[in-house]
Design a binder for this molecule. Structure first.
Ligand code: 4AD
Ligand code: MG
Length: 433
């Protein structure tokens, strides 16, 4: 009896015994007497060997029917074979076609343009590189959940349809019954702050939306963000949590996803250098350094992508840029008591030119100062009444940050463009598939 339906990842346990494996054909090769099927089932790849004079005629004939991406069940004995992709090989005794695939499969083993591949994203996902990225994305998601669970943070789900707003960039809006417009959430932070007053330490984990007309390799219109919010954390506690989280994520992927990193040809020696603590650079010092390197930045400007690359070039680990000018950042950040032109905040920039992966800050906990900032930014005060209540009823020192999932995945995978780091990217010119 063969073991029904073994996963390729479980084959080391089945060496020497017959099994059936179901999956999709990725490669076919035949010399006329001996034939090979390379099979993919999502957990690994398996080389299947068919020897003509050892097989019933109908099994050998079945091989001729196969095409790339046919879905099949193969049965046979598994043996360890170091030279085979995946390290195992099956001596096939039975072959069943489960789902034929016409010969016009759009993705062929040749160079395709990225626009073409994005149009075929639903099929492109099957490619080994894409599978590796999505497995690393999953590992990062699970590492984040585990990190917070172990520290007794509570996972809080915040709304996607909102009336109030959060960040400065564009909003997607939709009609909402008789309530006027609803906006797709740009951040869960403001709700996270309310939840922190209920639960102490929380994090959100969900999709966020920005109608930014940016066509850069770092911007999606729909991206996933994880936003912790901690009662009684000041800006220094906040940065310590960020560096612990980032180094935890990197360590976890190095330990558990070595074969995916190898598939991506990632230089892991760069990731090995990501160890807390990370350097902290004051915004004012960063501006002087950048001017010394030829940047046109002036005190007061936000850092552009090129500025970020110039700064990280001197470091192997991520760095923090701290305490930006008020006008460069969001209204809710706490004024810096040592220099009221600035706010208590930080960005975390990934090394190797991957840029900002985290934005965080201590929050303004003074009711009147926050109200004044809302007025200064000409935000609709009524919409923020509930947000001001956190400062009215038992205000508390608190801080939090948002880490962008796709940018983190792109950096760890060494993928220049974040569109490959989410299964179905949404960008300014892309809503399909
Ligand atoms: O710096 P941002 O805008 O900060 C916030 O949204 C705060 N509410 C976070 C907080 O304090 N709770 O965004 C945080 C991170 C960025 O550092 C970046 O990694 C990612 O979210 N991000 C994007 N990722 C992909 N596409 C975009 N358009 C992104 N905008 C921000
Ligand atoms: Mg930011």
């Amino acid at each position: 009896m063969s073991t029904p339906n073994a996963l390729i990842s479980s084959l080391p346990q089945h060496v020497g015994s017959p099994v059936t494996v179901r999956g999709w054909v990725t490669h076919l090769r035949s010399s006329g007497k001996i034939a090979f099927i390379v099979l993919r089932d999502g957990t690994g790849i398996l080389q299947c060997v068919l020897v003509k004079n050892q097989l019933p005629a109908e099994v050998w004939a079945g091989f001729a029917e196969l095409t790339q991406e046919s879905c099949v069940a193969v049965t046979g004995e598994v043996r360890a074979e170091a030279r085979a992709p995946g390290g195992h090989e099956m001596g096939v005794t039975g072959l069943e076609l489960l789902g034929a695939s016409p010969v016009d499969y759009p993705i062929q083993p040749k160079e395709h343009g990225v626009d073409f591949l994005l149009d075929q994203r639903h099929l492109w996902l099957r490619a080994p590189r894409q599978v590796a990225i999505l497995r690393i994305r999953h590992e990062i998601e699970q590492a984040i959940h585990d990190f917070f669970y172990e520290r007794e943070f509570v996972h809080v789900d915040t709304p996607i349809l909102t009336a109030a707003i959060g960040e400065r960039s564009g909003l997607f809006s939709t009609e909402y019954f008789d309530q006027g417009n609803a906006y797709l959430a740009q951040t869960g932070q403001l709700y996270g702050e309310a939840a922190a007053a209920a639960l102490g330490r929380i994090y959100t984990f969900g999709p966020t939306f920005r109608a930014e007309k940016s066509k850069t390799r770092r911007h999606l219109t729909e991206f996933w963000m994880i936003e912790p919010e901690m009662a009684f954390y000041d800006t220094h506690d906040n940065m310590r949590l960020q560096e612990d989280l980032v180094s935890h994520i990197v360590r976890r992927v190095l330990d558990r996803r070595p074969s995916e990193l190898a598939e991506l040809e990632r230089d892991v020696s760069m990731l090995e250098k990501v160890v807390a603590p990370f350097p902290r650079i004051d915004y004012g010092d960063a501006v002087i350094t950048l001017q010394g390197k030829g940047s046109a930045i002036q005190w007061g400007d936000d850092l552009g992508a090129e500025d970020e690359s110039l700064l990280v070039a001197d470091y192997h680990s991520p760095i923090f840029i701290c305490n930006y000018p008020k006008e460069a950042k969001a209204f809710y950040m706490k004024e810096n008591p040592d220099d009221p032109r600035t706010v208590l905040c930080n960005d975390c920039l990934a090394p190797e030119g991957y840029g900002e992966i985290i934005g965080g800050s201590q929050r303004e906990d003074d009711h009147d100062k926050l109200l004044q900032r809302i007025h200064e930014e000409k935000l609709p005060v009524d919409a923020y009444g509930w947000y001001l209540d956190q400062r009215k009823y038992g205000t508390f020192v608190h801080s939090g940050f948002g880490i962008g999932l796709e940018r983190t995945v792109a950096w760890i995978c060494g993928t220049p463009h974040i569109r490959e780091c989410i299964p179905f990217p949404r960008m300014m010119h892309r809503l399909y598939p």
